[in-house]
Design a protein around this ligand. Structure first.
Ligand SMILES: *[C@@H]1O[C@H](CO)[C@@H](O)[C@H](O)[C@H]1NC(C)=O
Length: 428
């Protein structure tokens, strides 16, 4: 009995020794980013680490103290934000600047929110009582939150929810080789032509300069204004980054240079639990689709209902005439078709749970990284229509790997769509 007690004590001491106090700061408000971050945080909490999490997502897990940056109503506005009509969907130097400034503006707003929330002071006080041992944060479009890393003297793990931005390489001495490693902001088939290499080089290098002289400076100025500290976030990132965890996997993006400080965690968000979450009306529709279905989802941000009318008509025409049924993520109340048994429109699609079903034969995606990773995991062929951000890079990588075909947004016309669907339906 005593022996049992002693070994119990020893075991719990060991567990306590291995569990740490983690400060997790995720000030970016994009919904899909949480989908990668949340399973990581929940797993850390499950393993006994004590987490303090500053973010936009409500979570009620154990060992998880949350400091929310958004009210319940604001949390609902993190989805369905991008309109298709009028969107510039190509990759060009101009679009890169447009996207950079969009991200910059959003990030600065979120940084102000973080500093105005009072959470920094709260965390500093908590650190006096129970010191944090690690800062886990997102490396994406700003570094204002690294002020906490500096103030508390913590090692930093930066989690990148997409392929690394060009300005992250130097933090961990990762070889930066735009001659053949594509930047987030391009997206070409491999191997790159001479001109594509040049364009990739110019994009990657100019973005890096812009980030250093514009974003970093703005972050430093915000820190000075709110926390009255003179600090260079770039230096903190350089000196205190212990690891970068990147949501990519070589099976998709191919071989990329790595150092011991870079860990590929692509697929980390895929859980058995998420695979099971199939609502009954969707399961029923699958049962009534013996020949299978095409699943169309362009992600949490894009409003499917904002598609150009003539493209929508081409899609409806071709989809109606082919043998597979269709499940379509369509957030609007007004549906493009009524009373048609071939189509099921859903406001929110349980993406992984659907992709895991044998009835799903083709996934028509916007080439967002999470859906693609899930489709790769489930072995589903993809039709890919990249819209913005890293989606071009993701789509070309998958096409190069032979697991999907690109149909660009501009090319959504009946003939092209029919050809691509036929090619994807061909048996091996
Ligand atoms: C967080 O989630 C809990 C449980 O679902 C809910 O009761 C609470 O109102 C939510 N809080 C916010 C701020 O969203």
């Amino acid at each position: 009995m005593e022996l049992k007690l002693i070994s119990c004590c020893l075991l719990s001491c060991l567990a306590a020794a291995y569990a740490g106090n983690i400060l997790a700061v995720f000030p970016h408000d994009g919904y899909s980013h949480f989908k990668v971050v949340t399973p990581v945080l929940e797993e850390l909490a499950r393993r006994g680490h004590q987490l303090t999490v500053i973010s936009f997502v409500n979570n009620t897990a154990a060992n998880y103290e949350q400091l929310l940056l958004a009210t319940e109503a604001e949390q609902a506005t993190t989805i369905n934000r991008e309109y298709l009509n009028g969107m510039q969907t190509g990759r060009s130097l101009k679009n890169m600047f447009v996207e950079y400034f969009d991200l910059f503006k959003g990030a600065q707003t979120n940084c102000e929110r973080l500093f105005a929330s009072g959470y920094v002071q709260q965390v500093l006080q908590r650190h006096q009582r129970q010191p944090y041992e690690l800062l886990l944060t997102e490396y994406f479009s700003s570094d204002c939150q690294l002020a906490l890393g500096k103030l508390l003297g913590l090692p930093i793990i930066g989690l990148s929810t997409c392929a690394l931005m060009p300005y992250h390489y130097d933090r961990i001495d990762l070889p930066d080789t735009p001659s053949h490693i594509q930047s987030q902001y391009v997206g070409y088939a491999q191997r790159l032509s001479w001109f594509e290499r040049l364009e990739n080089f110019i994009q990657a290098k100019s973005l890096k300069l812009l980030y250093a002289h514009h974003t970093n400076r703005a972050d430093n100025a915000l820190i000075k204004r709110y926390l009255h500290l003179d600090m260079d976030v770039a230096a903190v990132a350089r000196e205190q980054t212990a690891f970068i965890w990147v949501n990519q996997h070589y099976s998709h993006l191919g071989s990329r240079p790595r150092t011991p400080q870079l860990l590929e965690i692509g697929g980390v968000h895929i859980t058995e639990q998420a695979k099971q979450q199939l609502p009954t009306h969707i399961a029923k529709f699958l049962q009534q689709s013996p020949q299978g279905v095409i699943f169309i989802s362009w992600g949490s941000q894009v409003l499917a209902s904002s598609i150009d009318q003539h493209k929508l008509q081409s899609m409806l025409q071709v989809l109606s005439a082919q043998p597979l049924n269709v499940i379509w993520k369509w957030e609007a109340d007004k549906l493009p078709l009524m009373n048609n048994e071939k189509f099921l429109f859903v406001k929110w699609a349980p993406q992984l749970a659907l992709l895991a079903q044998a009835e799903v034969k083709i996934f028509w995606t916007h080439a967002g990284l999470l859906g693609m990773t899930e489709a790769l995991h489930c072995g589903k062929p993809m039709l890919m229509t990249p819209i913005y951000g890293d989606q071009f890079l993701n789509a070309h990588a998958a096409q190069t790997r032979g697991v999907g075909l690109i149909l660009s947004y501009e090319d959504i016309k009946a003939a092209q769509l029919k050809t691509k669907l036929a090619a994807l339906s061909k048996p091996e």
